[in-house]
Design a protein around this ligand. Structure first.
Ligand code: ADP
Length: 628
């Protein structure tokens, strides 16, 4: 057996061993399976290489070369492994297409390798063993070489990119070895089969040994970095170096043996500052004493957890919750402490905020209590005030009512006292006037008679109003056909309308029936109609109308007379109010509208006036209840 053949068989055996080792020591993940396939490919290629080089006669060599004709699959598997390692296949939605592109050329070239002599031929090497060579000017050979070279370059290029991008970690170290493992066959193949022959430097073909060597690198990565499986020790290392919590290991003298990066980051100590120092260096003295002189880090199990302050290099105190475990060897001898801690700055801050909040709430509560007390006192004061006010109002009301009563009684009495002497005057004076021949005296007597009539009117209106104001006056409420009462009033004023050339229009519907005291209602219409005539120019027009609204009837008496200014509108329902124009008129007492108001109010209604202004006419409205 020649040494090159020996090398091939060694590579074949080691390839398959590495593959099987990884496969059985990993959790048989896909990558481990693929790696096994990779090593099987290496095994196959090396084995057929060995058999070719070990052949004694040409026919045997040719057969071996044909058996090894599936080598393009080894190239495809090589690339497949690389792509899978960097997870590039995940970017391809259509995996079938991806694998077809990857493996189809392998099928193609294998087919021609086995069935023709267009890719490789068997020759005897200068070193005396059978080897493969290239047929001169074969396109298939060039195509297969270009394909092998390109696909390997692409695979290696992507792994390199991945390696550059990866942050320093165990995985990066692994990738480094995988990269070297992939580069080895590539470069050895390129140098031994393409570059060196150019310079007429015959070198035996190094592709397959390179393949095997590459697998050793990847195998090393497996051994060193657990490429395919993280074992508990590695996991623990990884966790400790990346965990946020603090970890301190001491020996039996409580001297620090190990700390994790997290504690170094927080305390700003370097590892060298701490290793070999007593654990006390990291803790605030106040916490150790805690009033009772308790040593939290005593080498016993009395205290297993607590809250302390971690002391940084710059003497900053960081609140930390710790738990402590004392660990022994097999003979129960104390070997040291494991202290685990967690930064509770955020929690402490939150707690402080809660405390502040509670305090604020308590203060608020106090303020609230005193506010409530103030409120209670104010309430009491208001209540007392109210009582007082109520009493005062009652007293005043009583007084006002008394005064009103007295006023009414006075007017009533005065009315009677005035009315009585007036009666003979009103009957006798016209007689006297009749028998008087002297014109001058007759004129004077006319003035007297006018004044007497005025006084009589005034007295009777005053008495009427006084009666209306008296609570003893009752109304005879009946179902009243509105239009009938209006017609009665029109009839009784007909002369007045004629004398003043007034047109009267009655638009009230016949079916309007109201609850009213007929006599009083007549009084209202008489007053309103006589006012309308009185304050309209000759030839004026009076329109009486009524409209229904829910259970009420709104009656209106409209004239196109002198109108009423908005200032006057506010006062015309006051007793004895007369607008300037009628102030000195003997026909005007200033009591007509107040009487109407009292009558309508006693019917449970309301009376008001609207006028666009002086000279623009006025409309009087009043409401009566509809009869049910
Ligand atoms: P009077 O006996 O003076 O008419 P009223 O109480 O009936 O007393 O009226 C009070 C005042 O209201 C009147 O002096 C008059 O100025 C005004 N007034 C009443 N009705 C009308 C009206 N239809 N048009 C204009 N002014 C009116």
């Amino acid at each position: 057996m020649n040494p090159v053949a020996n090398l091939y068989i060694t590579i074949a055996i080691s390839s398959i061993c590495i593959g099987l080792f990884v496969y059985f020591n990993s959790s048989k993940k896909n990558l481990a399976k693929l790696f096994l396939l990779f090593t099987i490919a290496g095994f196959y290629w090396s084995l057929t290489g060995f058999l070719l080089r070990d052949a004694s006669i040409f026919e045997q060599a040719l057969l071996m070369q044909k058996i090894g004709g599936l080598w393009p699959f080894c190239i495809a598997i090589f690339a497949h492994f690389a792509f899978f390692y960097i997870k590039i296949d995940k970017f391809f939605k259509n995996k079938i297409l991806f694998y077809t592109v990857l493996y189809a050329p392998a099928v193609f070239f294998s087919f021609f390798e086995i069935t023709t002599n267009e890719i490789t031929i068997v020759v005897k090497s200068s070193l005396g063993f059978w080897t493969s060579s290239t047929p001169q000017g074969s396109i298939l050979y060039i195509a297969s070489t270009v394909w092998s070279w390109s696909i390997s370059t692409i695979a290696i290029f992507f792994v390199l990119l991945h390696l550059i991008k990866e942050k320093p970690s165990k995985k990066k170290a692994q990738t480094k070895f995988v990269f070297i493992g992939l580069c080895t066959p590539f470069f050895l193949s390129t140098f031994s089969e393409s570059i060196f022959p150019l310079f007429s430097m015959p070198l035996f073909k190094m592709t397959v040994p390179g393949f095997g060597l590459g697998l050793i690198f990847i195998g090393y990565a497996i051994y060193k970095y657990e490429l395919f499986e993280i074992n508990p020790t590695i996991a623990a290392d990884e966790i400790i170096s990346t965990m946020q919590d603090y970890l301190i290991l001491t020996n039996e003298e409580k001297k620090i043996q190990t700390v994790n990066p997290s504690i170094l980051k927080t305390t700003k100590y370097s590892k060298d500052d701490l290793i070999g120092e007593k654990i006390d260096i990291l803790f605030s003295k106040d916490d150790f004493v805690n009033g009772k002189n308790i040593d939290f880090f005593a080498l016993d199990d009395k205290i297993t957890h607590g809250k302390f302050h971690l002391k940084t290099k710059t003497n900053e105190k960081i609140p930390v919750v710790f738990s402590k475990t004392v660990f022994d060897d097999q003979n129960q001898n104390v070997k040291g402490l494991i202290v685990l801690g967690r930064d509770v700055r955020e929690e402490a801050k939150a707690e402080q905020q809660i405390q502040e909040y509670i305090k604020k709430l308590e203060d608020g509560e106090l303020a609230m209590v005193s506010m409530l007390e103030d409120l209670r006192i104010s309430q009491k004061k208001i209540k007392d005030l109210n009582k007082n006010l109520e009493y005062k109002v009652k007293q005043r009301t009583y007084e006002v009512e008394k005064l009103l009563r007295q006023k009414d009684e006075f007017i009533h009495m005065l009315g009677h006292d005035l009315k009585n002497p007036l009666t003979p005057l009103t009957t006798l004076l016209p007689l006297l006037r009749k028998n008087l021949d002297d014109d001058k005296n007759a004129e004077l007597l006319d003035v007297v008679i006018k004044n007497v009539h005025y006084i009589k009117n005034l007295v009777s209106n005053t008495l009427d109003l006084a009666r209306l104001n008296s609570p003893n006056t009752s109304f005879d409420m009946q179902d009243t056909v509105l239009i009938e009462e209006i017609n009665k009033s029109i009839d009784s004023n007909i002369l007045n309308f004629k004398d003043n050339d007034i047109i009267i229009v009655n638009n009230v519907k016949e079916n309007f029936v109201v609850k009213a005291d007929k006599l009083r209602l007549n009084e209202v219409f008489n007053n309103l109609l006589s006012n309308a005539v009185k304050y309209s120019p000759s030839g004026g027009k009076i329109i009486i109308d009524a409209e229904e609204k829910e259970d009420e009837i709104i009656v209106s008496v409209k004239d196109n007379g002198v109108g009423i200014s908005s200032e006057q509108q506010k006062q015309i329902f006051d007793e004895f109010y007369k607008a300037d124009g009628s102030r000195h008129s003997f026909d005007s007492t200033g009591l007509g509208l107040p009487i109407c108001k009292r009558i309508i109010e006693k019917h449970g209604g309301r009376i008001w006036v609207k006028s666009p202004g002086t000279g623009k006419g006025s409309t009087f409205f009043f409401i009566l209840k509809k009869s049910k």
